[in-house]
Design a protein around this ligand. Structure first.
Ligand SMILES: [Zn+2]
Length: 427
């Protein structure tokens, strides 16, 4: 096993726990910032660490096109390439490829698509997508799936779901045959040792020096993880973990069938895909609730591509453990900021001489230091710093939201999770 998942508290359907990966512990439920091109736009890795990011997401499609999987592989995978020792998840490229509706052709074998960069022709199959994901070397990787469009007729949603199931099996077969090719290789020891130096930020058991080898190792008395995390020989080296993806459109019966048959194939974690594709939010909630009910309770559940701060708190309360969304980072670059008092559009003239902190309830480095007037000026003047500061704050707001959710679940106060979380526009 290369990940372990421990549920430590639950309240209603929500649960709080720890996902233990080859690159550190992730406290769940977790929000994963999106670093499309091995970069969370505008935010250096040390700031992400300071914000408490324990796992981030990168996009296979974009990295495959630029700089190319082979370049990343030679640098020791994404961890070495982007100098990030904590956990990483990659998608399979499926969603991005399917977003290129004008530029793609789908067959049983896979998807032919044209690059959005230069129009060149490429082909992704479950096998080639997994080959790319193994080369990129994230801790958690996703099966190649077809994201069913919205709206879709039932027959179309069923056919798409059936193909995703066949592709899930092919993804798993390829992964099992090639998982030892992960590029952590000889860099693994140094990555692990450096990680141990910073491990206190995860509240990890104390590390100590092995008196025979001088190597750092974890005190695993509480975790039983020695073989997974200690620098090891190749035979028992940790590998990536491949998650399956549930599809089925907005049809609850198809979702049940997709969940059950994906679980039959067997994965260490399960994602709910094909949501946030234009459906009403009430439908998203219904589908999430219905799908979670058919996923095993002892495996992590990942809801792909959601949502607003209220939504991520809501879905965590429904039993989702992992979420990612471009919203906090993309909105920040457009001057839209989430605060405890509602959503703020910092470009508005009314902030021109506003001396207050962006969010008086936020303890991030931006809110501690700068006024709304200054942030408004930076945005209006199109300063690069505006994007940096806005993104840092929005990420902090999302991560704090999830911290509060975890805390509430641990205290048995699940229903209070939503109070104080708001992304409604300021009145
Ligand atoms: Zn802040």
């Amino acid at each position: 096993m290369s990940i372990q998942f421990q549920i430590e508290a639950s309240h209603g359907a929500g649960r709080a726990g720890r996902l233990i990966t080859p690159h550190g512990v992730v406290e769940t439920p977790v929000f994963m910032p999106v670093g499309t091109l091995a970069s969370v736009k505008g935010v250096p890795q040390d700031l992400l660490e300071e914000l408490g990011v324990q796992i981030l997401l990168a996009n296979t499609y974009h990295l495959y096109l630029r700089p190319g999987v082979d370049t990343v592989r030679r640098m020791g995978g994404l961890h070495g390439f982007m100098a990030w020792d904590r956990a990483i998840l990659t998608d399979s490229g499926g969603f991005q490829v399917f977003s290129l509706s004008e530029l793609r052709k789908v067959t049983e074998e896979g998807v032919t698509f044209r690059s959005h960069l230069d129009g060149s022709s490429h082909f992704f199959s479950p096998e080639s997508a997994l080959e790319a994901e193994i080369g990129l070397g994230a801790d958690i990787i996703m099966a190649f799936d077809e994201c069913t469009e919205f709206p879709a007729e039932r027959e179309r949603a069923r056919a798409s779901m059936e193909m995703t199931l066949r592709w899930a099996k092919r993804s798993k077969d390829y992964f099992e045959a090639h998982k030892q090719e992960v590029p952590w290789g000889s860099r693994q020891s140094s990555v692990v040792s450096r990680r141990l130096d910073t491990v206190s930020s995860f509240d990890f058991p104390v590390s100590s020096k092995d008196k025979h080898t001088g190597n750092s190792k974890l005190d695993t008395r509480n975790f039983g993880l020695a073989n997974d995390l200690r620098p090891t020989t190749n035979d028992d080296a940790p590998t990536q973990s491949l998650f399956g993806i549930v599809q089925g459109g907005m049809d609850l019966e198809l979702r049940r069938e997709s969940a059950e048959r994906t679980v039959e194939i067997g994965f260490p974690g399960y994602a709910i895909g094909g949501l946030s594709v234009g459906e009403p939010r009430e439908v998203t909630r219904e589908v999430v609730e219905a799908t979670v009910a058919h996923l095993p309770s002892d495996k992590p559940r990942y809801l792909m591509g959601v949502g607003t701060p209220e939504e991520i708190a809501l879905y965590a309360g429904l039993g989702v453990d992992m979420m990612d969304c471009v919203l906090p980072t993309r909105a920040a670059r457009h001057g839209l900021l989430f605060t405890s008092e509602g959503k703020i559009s910092i470009k508005q003239a009314r902030y021109a001489t506003d001396e207050r902190a962006l969010d008086p309830a936020c303890s991030c480095r931006v809110c501690r230091r700068y006024s709304r007037a200054y942030l408004r000026h930076l945005y209006a003047a199109n300063e690069v710093l505006a994007q940096v500061l806005n993104t840092v704050h929005n990420l902090c707001f999302y991560l704090d939201t999830m911290r509060r959710v975890r805390h509430s679940i641990r205290l048995g106060e699940g229903t209070r999770v939503l109070s104080g979380v708001s992304s409604q526009p300021k009145p």
